[in-house]
Design a protein around this ligand. Structure first.
Ligand SMILES: NC(=O)c1ccc[n+]([C@@H]2O[C@H](COP(=O)([O-])OP(=O)(O)OC[C@H]3O[C@@H](n4cnc5c(N)ncnc54)[C@H](OP(=O)(O)O)[C@@H]3O)[C@@H](O)[C@H]2O)c1
Length: 300
């Protein structure tokens, strides 16, 4: 990765994937931190989802990884760009490469990419696209910042209703230590690297995780404490976990990915060392209790 770049202080900050949960939070953070709305470009496949931002002065632009013409002119020299990784697992490297090529051609000052924990070494199937994208970024020479986002609390708390219904968190992660943080924490980190001095962040790979790693037993205990309903961590052998997921209607390929996540987690893939996330955002990361409390409120 190059470490020399010239950010245009009045250049745009372009969010690729602003229609999603994380991208939306980044745009809101940029606005909250006082970035002029006219400098922010929110992009997505369906710009209807961005109409409220357009009303607030944010520039809105259609960008679809699978429609290369939408990348023409998407970026300008000196822009700072956040590429939020896409959701089409297995297709993402190809999709992301189009954005990388467009960023190089435009001469952006910074391309930040939301990767995954230990993307260069992790065995996790889900991370393959991240590893290949990181390699594509490095090979391109674009001035880059890699945000290796750890696991979202929301991956778990969005399933609160299911956990309460069954009184159990079905898993095959054992005593895995998971450095989870909230999406809002990861979004704040992205906003920080897009607005801080470009030279501080270009050429950096940040491993981002919550300040305190949790286990699924901790998660179950926190849910029990917050709701008064007993929930336990039900740790199953991988084959039984897979069968339980498929039996519950999860498509087999996706169920396999979920079991693979737990196996990788059990081997340490989701435990993040250090405090890069809280350092970047200038506050402690969201606690387990607060993440569960937010989900409990939303669930009632
Ligand atoms: N660290 C974790 O725990 C974790 C968990 C889940 C996901 N992730 C990764 O982090 C990313 C951001 O998380 P999130 O919660 O914000 O996910 P999300 O809400 O699903 O957002 C995904 C974004 O990618 C966009 N996208 C997908 N395919 C696209 C295409 N062909 N062209 C242009 N944009 C496309 C989506 O656009 P649409 O609005 O048009 O669909 C959306 O804006 C995910 O996409 C995934 O790669 C990480």
């Amino acid at each position: 990765m190059s470490t020399t770049s010239a950010a245009n202080p009045n250049g745009s900050i372009v969010i690729v994937g602003a229609t999603g949960h994380l991208g939306r939070l980044v745009v809101e953070d940029l606005l909250d931190s006082g970035v002029d709305a006219g400098r922010i470009v929110a992009t997505g496949r369906n710009t209807d989802k961005l109409a409220d931002l357009a009303e607030r002065g944010v520039k809105v632009r259609r960008l679809d990884f699978d429609d290369p013409e939408t990348l023409d002119g998407a970026f300008s020299a000196g822009d700072r760009v956040l590429l939020v990784s896409g959701s089409d697992v297995g297709q993402r490297q190809r999709q992301h490469q189009g954005v990388i090529d467009a960023a190089v051609a435009a001469g952006v000052a910074q391309l930040a990419y939301t990767s995954g924990p230990k993307a260069d070494t992790t065995p996790m199937i889900l991370a393959t696209d991240h590893r290949l994208t990181e390699e594509g970024i490095k090979a391109s020479g674009v001035p880059a910042t890699i945000l290796r986002n750890g696991w979202y609390f929301e991956n778990y708390t969005d399933q609160l209703g299911t956990y309460l219904e069954h009184g159990a968190i079905l898993n095959s992660a054992g005593d895995a230590r998971i450095s989870a943080a909230s999406r809002a924490d990861f979004a704040a980190a992205a906003a920080a690297v897009l607005t801080g001095p470009v030279g501080d962040h270009v050429g950096r790979v940040y491993e981002l995780g919550g300040d305190t790693a949790i286990t699924l037993t901790d998660l179950a205990a926190a849910i029990t404490a917050a709701t008064g309903q007993t929930v336990v961590s039900a740790n199953l052998p991988p084959a039984e976990h897979l069968a339980a997921l498929v039996g519950a209607g999860v498509p087999e390929a996706f169920a396999g990915i979920l079991v693979d996540v737990d196996q990788a987690a059990a081997a340490g893939a989701l435990e993040v060392e250090g405090h890069a996330l809280s350092t970047l955002i200038g506050r402690p990361t969201t606690s387990l209790a607060d993440a569960v409390a937010a989900a409990t409120t939303a669930n009632t």
